[in-house]
Design a protein around this ligand. Sequence first.
Ligand code: SF4
Length: 534
Amino acid sequence: MSMEILLGDEAVGLGAVHAGLSGAYSYPGTPASEIMEYLIRIGRGASFKAAWSVNEKTAFEEALGCSYAGKRAFVSFKHVGLNVAADPFMSAALTGANGGFIVCSGDDPSMHSSQNEQDSRFYAQFALIPCFEPADHQEAYDMAREAFELSERVKLPVMIRLTTRLAHSRAGVETRPPRPENEIRTGARQCWTLLPGNARVQFKRVLDLQPELVRYASESPFTRLELQPDDRRLGIIASGLGYNYVRENLEGSGLRPSILKISVYPIPEDLVRRLVEHCDTILVAEEGYPLIERQIRGLFGIPGKILIGKMSGHLPLQGELTPETVRAALGLAPLARRTAGDLPLANRPPQLCVGCPHADTFKALKKALEGQPGATIFSDIGCYTLGYFPPHNAVDSCVCMGASVGMAHGASRAGVHPAVGVIGDSTFGHSGITALLSAATADANMVLVILDNCTVAMTGTQPSFSTGRRLLEIVRGVGVPAERLRVITPLPKFHEENVRVLREEIAHPGLSVVVAVRECLEEAKKKNKLGGAQ
Ligand code: SF4
């Protein structure tokens, strides 16, 4: 046993390695990126493979193949990445796993760096697979190990759901000796081939497993029910970080509620029933959407009991759970503390780095579009989304990864002109390629500006799969003619020339792609630190 100080993300990663991990795959996204950063770092020279993938769907499929080979496989991404991987995710619940298979989703309540707050526990429930939700760093490590054991026992993928605050904070974790990797072993091909006849059998298997999964959640050492025999007034059901916030607030408060800690899903129904029967008022403290609360409440609530939580308004429906919001829900007076608002801090809105190549591209693009009131710029997700803010005011929409290309295409068909899509090199590889294939086939009357800054900048400069010469070859490969593929260098000294190129392509009545190539400043700094260009 040894002690390590780890991020929540790292604790999950190390737990997976110590459980005999063979293959880990991911696409960067906050708050999950640090899992793969860590696995790549500690994986140098190790026998397991840890690698970035072109997108979350591909990462999931690579991990699934590893699991089918009998090896222990791990895939991680942020919550919206699970949407990208949802197709194989839902089907993998039916095919099941061979070697243990963990799907780790980093949820981002409060949208610190995300376009929505969705709660991955619903996906686990949707797919009918087990889900672990650690309350602290030690559990993040222990659960990764246990999730592999469960996955191999029930032959299902198992989810670990993290949230930002745990993923990005550090604490001491006691580690245990590593387990060796699995040998390659074959599996049942009829399970993995989801022809309707096989899929029906597999779906029944998953349905039949549900009572066992509920029993497992109920008996898991991560789940805990503490009933106060002599006090029936308050019962608390808490999960994930909500459990910690409850414990923190109870200290010295004089309150002695009964508590059910839920850390494994499906929800342990028998324990919930025991708590509800025992207590008059039940508070549900969970981070994310009211998944537990909604299941307990049903349509009409529980006769004779008072149920409070997010749906009753005692806890906010939006944003992260905090010690303060939980304190208020417990009816305790707020603690005196200084908030950031008390400190003389300047308000600093998010912005592009000074000298960022995207700023020069936006400047040229805005100039090229001057005098065209119908012009619309559909952005994608990356640093360049910050072009929405002044002084650029260059972005009219941003929805999800890869959407800018399809949105510009759709708008052009609806009569918008000029219709411009803006996308980064990595995001283009992630999910812009297929939309460009569609636009190229239709010769859509639009301009796509691909901002090639040679990296995945926003999440910490991970490698891009579609940059430089490869990017140009891909664009040509999906059917964009050479004369409609232009390359510019977004530097102030080329401003006039860049405006001219963009104007020419905007005037062309069909599809054009302009690739703006200049390295991200952070990527350049990183290379300099490492001692020169790659
Ligand atoms: S990290 Fe790179 S791409 Fe992002 S704003 Fe800074 S310079 Fe621009």
